[in-house]
Design a protein around this ligand. Structure first.
Ligand code: RNT
Ligand code: ZN
Length: 416
């Protein structure tokens, strides 16, 4: 009997169908963020990250251009079981013309569409409202100047059309997520007017009706950004209400809340009122630090809520972190594998039995059983999933990354 067979029996004894769980996991397509590959630099310039965002670390070997980024993504995808999605940002356009952001068109992303087609990936998208001279004050869609607002509105409109193009070309709707840095370092005199301007800008952006078969829109809130600690225009309350009234999705980034607030707890509440919601999964260490996603308690809890709500098809899962202190292919593979492991753990949990204990107020049994299930042989089922997907099992992928960095990444000079 193989380890997988014996694991399957153990789970069967507590009423869990392992084969059904594996089938569900196979159908989860996680959106991998391209920006971990080059520390959110993009292909426009090397002037650095702004908008209250920062990467730390200078591990050698980051991708310097589209070719290197694509090669690194390819390796990461080889190390991750299943088929997934790729999440792009507007600063990753591939074009000699170097259009400004309000002039971006689908054709500037043709190479990515070709890349995605060849690999069977879906594509998601994000307008980039930072790292640009017109966002130097960290004010974009809420800027007091109509001219600047107009520039960013046009950028977001352009991005929605690009996302629609992705969806049409690839046959899977593309999520176009708007996040803006807008906020103030010190207490503002007026909290209302910037929010009113943001609301009006969004109304203008979404006024153009695009084909819902190809594009899904979302808005991402935040509690604060670096250097913008006192006030954030796009707060959670702002966007949650905007989303519910305007048929766009809320995107919850689990680094964007007060440290003791959890996204896992928000998932069921939002799912009672919205058809769908989107996630940026990250690991905030004391603040929105965007560390690589590990298999920690909150990740497991997020996965549990998605599965408990039977909402794998209603929650669009994407990753969002950028650690420049480690090998960036490792960062991708580790975060993606961990997200999948967390989902598998949730899928291998007897929720019906646990729900009954809760309803019957048998709380000590509930607590003890949940703890015992934590050490059930999840790893044996995970190894089987990797094997059937021709992806490396356990830590065997580390050697692959080591060889790749020796041969390719470390040969890229002049970069951190
Ligand atoms: C910033 C947001 C946003 C970005 C990416 C690069 O705090 O999380 O999603 O991380 O758009
Ligand atoms: Zn995010």
């Amino acid at each position: 009997m193989t380890r997988f067979d014996s694991a399957r029996e153990m789970y069967r004894d507590i009423g869990v169908d392992v084969d059904a769980a594996l089938e569900k996991l196979q159908n989860v397509h996680i959106s991998m963020h391209c920006w971990q590959g080059d520390d959110v630099n993009g292909f426009e310039s090397d002037e650095g990250l702004s908008g209250g965002l920062a990467t730390t670390g200078n591990y050698p070997g980051k991708a310097r251009n589209a070719q290197e980024l694509m090669a690194d993504i390819d390796l990461a995808l080889d190390l991750i079981p299943g088929t997934h999605r790729l999440n792009l940002h507007a600063i990753y356009a591939i074009s000699d013309e170097k259009p400004d952001r309000d002039a971006l068109e689908p054709r500037h992303f043709e190479k990515w569409v070709q890349f995605a087609k060849e690999r069977g990936l879906g594509l998601d998208f994000n307008p980039t409202l930072f790292s640009h001279p017109k966002a130097a004050e960290s004010l974009t869609l809420s800027h007091p100047s109509r001219e600047i607002r107009k520039f960013w509105i046009d950028h977001c409109k352009a991005c929605r059309r690009i996302a629609e193009y992705f969806g049409r070309e690839l046959g899977t709707p593309s999520l176009n997520n708007i996040w803006i840095p807008d906020g103030y370092k010190n207490p503002p005199s007026d909290r209302l007017t910037p929010r009113r301007r943001l609301k009006e800008s969004l109304d203008e952006i979404y006024a153009e009706k695009l084909d819902a078969r190809y594009i899904v829109d979302s808005v991402e809130s935040k509690v604060f950004g670096l250097g913008l600690e006192s006030y954030t225009v796009g707060s959670h309350e702002f966007y949650m209400n905007y989303a519910s009234k305007n048929n766009v999705l809320c995107l919850l980034d689990n680094g964007h809340f007060h440290p003791t607030e959890t996204v896992s707890d928000k998932i069921p509440s939002l799912l009672l009122f919205a058809d769908r919601l989107a996630l940026h999964v990250t690991r905030p260490v004391r603040w929105d630090s965007d560390h690589v996603v590990l298999l920690d308690d909150e990740l497991r809890e997020i996965a549990k809520e998605i599965v408990r709500c039977d909402a794998l098809d209603r929650v669009l899962i994407g990753l969002d972190y950028f650690d420049a202190s480690v090998n960036r292919v490792c960062a991708w593979a580790l975060g993606m594998r961990n997200m999948q492991k967390a989902l598998l753990g949730a899928l291998l949990t007897p929720w019906g039995m646990l729900a009954q204990l809760q309803d019957e107020a048998r709380f000590w049994e509930l607590m003890a059983l949940q703890e015992e299930i934590k050490t059930y042989p999840l790893g044996d089922v995970w190894d089987h999933f990797c094997k059937t997907n021709a992806a490396p099992q356990r830590e065997s992928w580390l050697e692959v990354v080591k060889e790749y960095e020796r041969e390719f990444q470390f040969q890229r000079v002049n970069n951190g």
